[in-house]
Design a protein around this ligand. Structure first.
Ligand code: 5GP
Ligand code: SF4
Ligand code: MG
Length: 470
């Protein structure tokens, strides 16, 4: 999911949130929502669909105020339905709260029991999401706490798993990151005029700051809560940081123009490709990418091997998740709706095709066939991350373990199934060394099975299906 928050009196905050969510669209395409606070009054609009489908000029005009909280949803816990759209609004003893959550809790069942057992106030759960439980846990904690901040901290201490939260309240905006900092959350500063008081912004990624002209200040740290008012920001570390940033954010999920670890992810992904070129070179005539996610790594691979880079697949930029389903015969023509091969580039060539990851392997198989149909004489696939062997419990929707092709098949078997002449993945060490950091600073459980946050056994069994087959 994508989250966004801004406190800016005298600015059109709903419009800022709209643009922020627009830049974060890649983090979730199922639903979008914005809540605004005008003093104690809260306004909210949320619906299924893309940001541009959910909002228009007229709707933004119904969202006045000085604080805005925004959310783009991508479902992990809970189905794809309007009741699960965020921000979640809950009335508390201290007024309304509007909560936007990115991540996934692993103790959802225990938290649900706890929230339902508490009667002050009685939770009315409208959805099936872990995010709504966090909002109610805050409402219940606020009942006995002196301040909003105390209530929020006491509630998130009951949560295990991944959560980057943006919370709007009548006393300002709060940003919280779990002690492992699995999902990103950044702080930006917005200057309305030279010499004027600055305003502060929270967003999942820096690309959402760029679009509204805000400067990146720093990340919200793992285990930190920040409180933003009209022109101030204060910080409190409520838990010790045990940083485990999701490395899949860096490899695939976040936008290449977003900054993590002090550089754009484009640079990181290019280095992954260079490392891959050193680890798994091949004799070939041209390097191409699976657009858009494979592009930086393909360029890196070309730089390291000296094989020229070209565009071999053209992506239709306007294919998103549309509400109109293609006909059966269109669906069978598969990826052609999204990716069309360039015959002139591929005909008679030995082709290296670079992608960031293979998850189920279905996309790869179709792409390889399309390249051969367009005249490629050899197809060598290079993947700029290790084999995905384990499911994610922390907010990336990579299916159950039995759906992951690398969970049951060797690299040679995968190569055969997707129909390539050769296949190589980047090593785990290669992926880590390109971060210029150490492996213990990241979650890389989908590649290793070493989950940094303990997952309760029944939750494990839902997705980690292979390891429980006797
Ligand atoms: P697959 O091997 O599953 O058919 O497709 C791999 C492609 O999907 C890669 O190009 C990669 O960029 C993209 N991808 C990687 N992880 C995910 C994910 O969690 N969800 C979706 N929808 N696509 C993903
Ligand atoms: Fe990210 Fe993989 Fe860890 Fe999930 S399991 S948080 S996708 S690195
Ligand atoms: Mg891709």
């Amino acid at each position: 999911c994508g989250v966004f928050g801004v406190y800016a009196p005298n600015a059109e905050v709903a419009r800022l949130a709209y643009f922020g969510l627009y830049a974060l669209q890649h983090r979730g395409q199922e639903s979008a929502g914005i809540a605004t606070f005008a003093g104690d009054t809260v306004h909210c609009h949320k619906d299924m669909g893309l940001v541009s489908q959910v909002f228009d000029e007229e709707i933004l005009n119904t969202l006045p105020g000085e604080i805005a909280v925004g959310h783009n949803r991508y479902s992990t816990t809970g189905s794809s339905r309007i009741v699960n759209a965020q921000p979640v609004l809950v009335q508390t003893r201290l007024g309304w709260l509007a909560l936007a959550h990115n991540g996934n809790l692993v103790n959802t069942y225990a938290l649900r029991e706890q929230v339902l057992a508490c009667s002050e106030p009685t939770a009315v759960l409208a959805s099936t999401t872990d995010s709504e439980l966090i909002a109610w846990a805050i409402a219940q904690a606020v009942e006995t706490s002196q301040t909003w901040q105390e209530g929020i901290v006491s509630a998130v201490q009951q949560c295990q798993g991944a959560y980057s939260l943006v919370i709007g309240t009548p006393v300002g905006l709060f940003g919280v990151r779990d002690p492992h900092g699995i999902r990103p959350l950044v702080i930006g500063r917005l200057l309305s005029a030279p010499g004027a008081d600055p305003h502060y912004v929270l967003a999942s990624e820096t690309c959402a700051l760029d679009i509204i002209g805000a400067d990146y200040i720093r990340d919200v740290e793992p285990g930190e809560i920040v409180h933003i008012t009209a022109s101030t920001i204060s910080s409190h570390h409520w838990a010790e940081s045990q940083r485990k940033l999701c490395i899949f954010e860096m490899i695939y999920f976040a936008r290449p123009d977003s900054v993590m670890q002090s550089e754009s992810l484009y640079s990181y992904r290019q280095r992954l490709g260079q490392q891959l070129g050193r680890e798994a070179p091949v004799a070939a005539d041209v390097v191409i990418a699976v657009p858009d996610s494979g592009v930086p790594a393909a360029i890196g691979f070309s730089q390291a091997t000296g094989i020229p880079y070209a565009e071999g697949l053209i992506k239709n930029r306007y294919v998103g998740r549309t509400f109109i389903q293609p006909t059966q015969s269109m669906r069978e023509s598969g990826i052609r709706m999204k990716l069309n091969p360039l015959r002139d580039v591929l005909m008679g060539q030995r082709v290296v095709i670079v992608d960031d990851s293979i998850v189920r392997g279905t996309t790869s198989r179709k792409i390889v066939k399309a390249l051969r149909d367009a005249g490629a004489v050899e197809v060598h696939m290079r993947i700029s991350s290790p084999p995905v062997t384990h499911p994610c419990f922390y907010g990336i929707d990579t299916d159950n373990q039995d759906q992951l092709i690398a969970a049951t098949k060797s690299v040679a078997e995968i190569a055969e199934q997707i129909g390539v002449d050769s296949l190589s993945y980047l090593s785990w060490q290669g992926m880590i060394s390109a971060t210029y950091d150490t492996g213990d600073r990241f979650c890389s459980a989908c590649f290793t099975g070493q989950y940094p946050i303990t997952i309760p056994e029944p939750v494990k069994r839902q997705k980690l299906v292979l390891e429980h087959i006797p």
